[in-house]
Design a protein around this ligand. Structure first.
Ligand code: FAD
Ligand code: SF4
Length: 519
């Protein structure tokens, strides 16, 4: 072979221009790497999904006539790090040129840039040809340390890529239909929640490899993996979403329920969400294809899918997903150590078991351990909110999210966790800290009615811990909260309480924090 081309586990884009021509002289490398299994403790399903998808991709490339080396953990065991493996292959095959696609993670981009620089042969880095916004244009939209707002960016993207536009005007007359999209699932709505489309990909041998190589993992795994691992399954999942979930996607996007699992049903975790994030982040499917397919379903639906649902979905993909990526690249590597609220606490150990009496947290965590998945509001307003209120060090929070979710890759995990949910970036991603008391959880879910704690109590014995922790957070960060136009009003209601009341609330919060392991 003359050329070695590296394909990382999240670069499974079959439409990449690399694959337009077959070339006997080019060897594609797809390898299960030890370094990738242990930079954090991953969920078992996450490792299984990446390895299964890589295996399928290698097979598809071979079938299409390309030369592929698909290496398992057994093959790569002697090489602790990727450069050592690459050096070995370059030497063994007398390779003359090394090529790779630009990694989306800072850690890997640095590693491969350094490796290429040290090589005595020619090398080149290519775009992954996946995102709407090309790499070289990120700097036009995002600057380091600067606060950016999703809405401005999102409108620019809609205009630029002509998505849901009627010439210069947004389709339906409004850019944003979020206000229509904040419903709670009522008891009558529960019967309509569709059962999720799940796959059964046999990952027995991958799980055996994980154990054989003593890779530390979290969460449960099943020999039949339910996540999509190839393009066919990803498009099936997307069609299922467009047919069954998109008509109510926006409407119930923020709602959460524990009732369905009490009824023994297996659809409370998925609700109306697409669960397409793994296939997207592994680049098995492209954001353009997802958006185009959803818009076609909207156009065909003769009103069954209304504009607020499709707009809500499109905003997640061409808005949030691209926005988060821009923030990441404009601010790395400094972003990884931001801690604006100086949070220092450890995560309580029940984050790894779900054994807490707080019903909302118990649900979100157990579900994450079961499926490697929680939807956005569970991540932001349940687990994320708890960490924010309790003052958990954002590095521990990042690490937990990076490990547990099927779709967690640093470029998308970190600005969401450290920025949006922990406000550790001081407002680069969001204009306020997403802090909430039990009242918010009660408004958006049915968790509270089955909880040991009382959501309408703050200082009493059985009071919901989130209530006192919320005021404790406001009080502790009064400088930020009192001066921020979006939290100023709430903060002033804290000041309106009598001194005695405030002392009682703060004492209760202190008690909760001292007893955090037993909440
Ligand atoms: P849907 O609700 O069906 O949304 C459709 C798609 O929109 C998603 O697949 C995703 O690609 C995109 N999207 C929606 N919101 C966001 C967002 N805030 N940022 C980026 N893309 C978004 N997403 C990840 O892909 N990886 C992560 O590691 C990750 N970590 C998160 C951590 C926290 C604390 C929070 C609050 C959010 C995180 N998100 C992450 C964003 C979001 O929660 C997930 O993308 C979403 O839950 C995936 O499920 P879905 O495919 O069913 O999404
Ligand atoms: Fe969560 Fe509090 Fe409601 Fe319990 S009462 S589910 S802890 S918000």
């Amino acid at each position: 072979y003359k050329t070695l081309r590296l394909i990382l586990g999240d670069q499974l884009n079959a439409s990449h221009s690399w694959f337009k021509q077959q070339d006997e002289q080019t060897l594609y490398l797809i390898a299960e790497l030890h370094q990738e299994t242990c930079y954090t403790v991953h969920h078992r399903q996450k490792i299984a999904a990446f390895f299964a998808a890589m295996q399928q991709f290698a097979f598809a490339l071979q079938t299409a006539g390309h030369q592929v080396a698909h290496l398992t953990l057994d093959d790569t065991k002697p090489f602790k790090e990727l450069p050592a493996l690459l050096d070995h292959l370059i030497e063994s095959y007398s390779i003359q040129r090394f090529e790779y696609q630009l990694p989306d993670e800072y850690r890997l981009r640095e590693q491969l840039a350094n490796f290429s620089e040290s090589l005595p042969l020619n090398s080149a880095a290519y775009s992954t040809e996946h995102f709407y916004l090309p790499d070289e244009e990120i700097g036009k939209y995002f600057q380091a340390s600067k606060s950016h707002r999703l809405e401005n960016f999102y409108r620019k993207m809609r205009l630029r890529f002509d998505v849901l536009m009627d010439k210069e005007v947004p389709l339906g007359g409004k850019w944003n239909y979020d206000a229509n999209n904040r419903n709670k699932l009522k008891t009558d709505d529960l019967a309509n929640v569709p059962a999720p489309l799940l796959f059964s990909n046999d990952v027995t041998s991958i799980l055996e490899r994980i154990d054989k190589h003593k890779i530390s993992t979290i969460g449960h795994s099943y020999t039949q993996l339910l996540w999509p691992v190839n393009r066919k399954q990803a498009t099936q999942l997307l069609s299922f979403f467009c047919e069954q979930c998109l008509p109510r996607f926006g409407q119930f996007q923020d709602s959460m329920t524990g009732k369905l699992s009490l009824l023994g049903k297996d659809n409370g975790w998925s609700l109306y969400h697409s669960r397409i994030s793994f296939a997207l982040n592994a680049k098995i499917i492209s954001p353009q294809y997802v958006v185009k397919t959803a818009i076609e379903a909207f156009e065909r639906s003769e009103g069954r899918i209304d504009i607020s649902q499709i707009e809500g979905f499109v905003r997640q993909i061409i808005g949030w997903r691209e926005f988060i990526r821009g923030v990441y690249w404009a601010n790395m590597p400094d972003y990884a150590s931001l801690n604006a609220l100086e949070a220092k606490r450890q995560l309580p150990s029940w984050f790894w078991t779900g054994d807490t009496k707080m019903n909302c947290l118990q649900h979100a965590i157990k579900q994450s351990l079961d499926y490697a998945y929680a939807h956005h509001i569970q991540r932001l307003m349940v687990t994320g909110n708890f960490c924010l209120l309790a003052g958990v060090d954002p590095t521990f929070v990042d690490d937990w999210y990076l490990g547990i979710y099927i779709d967690a890759i640093e470029w998308v995990e970190m600005p969401n966790t450290r920025g949006m949910s922990q406000f550790a970036d001081g407002g680069i991603v969001g204009s306020k800290a997403y802090a909430a008391s039990g009242n918010y959880i009660n408004k958006m879910s049915d968790y509270c009615s089955d909880c040991l704690y009382k959501v309408n109590k703050t200082t009493e014995d059985q009071a919901c811990p989130l209530n006192s922790l919320y005021w404790h957070f406001m009080d502790k960060h009064q400088h930020q909260m009192g001066n921020n136009p979006r939290t100023k009003m709430v903060f002033s209601s804290w000041l309106k309480k009598s001194e005695q009341q405030r002392i009682e609330v703060l004492n209760k919060a202190k008690h909760c924090l001292d007893d955090i392991e037993n909440l």
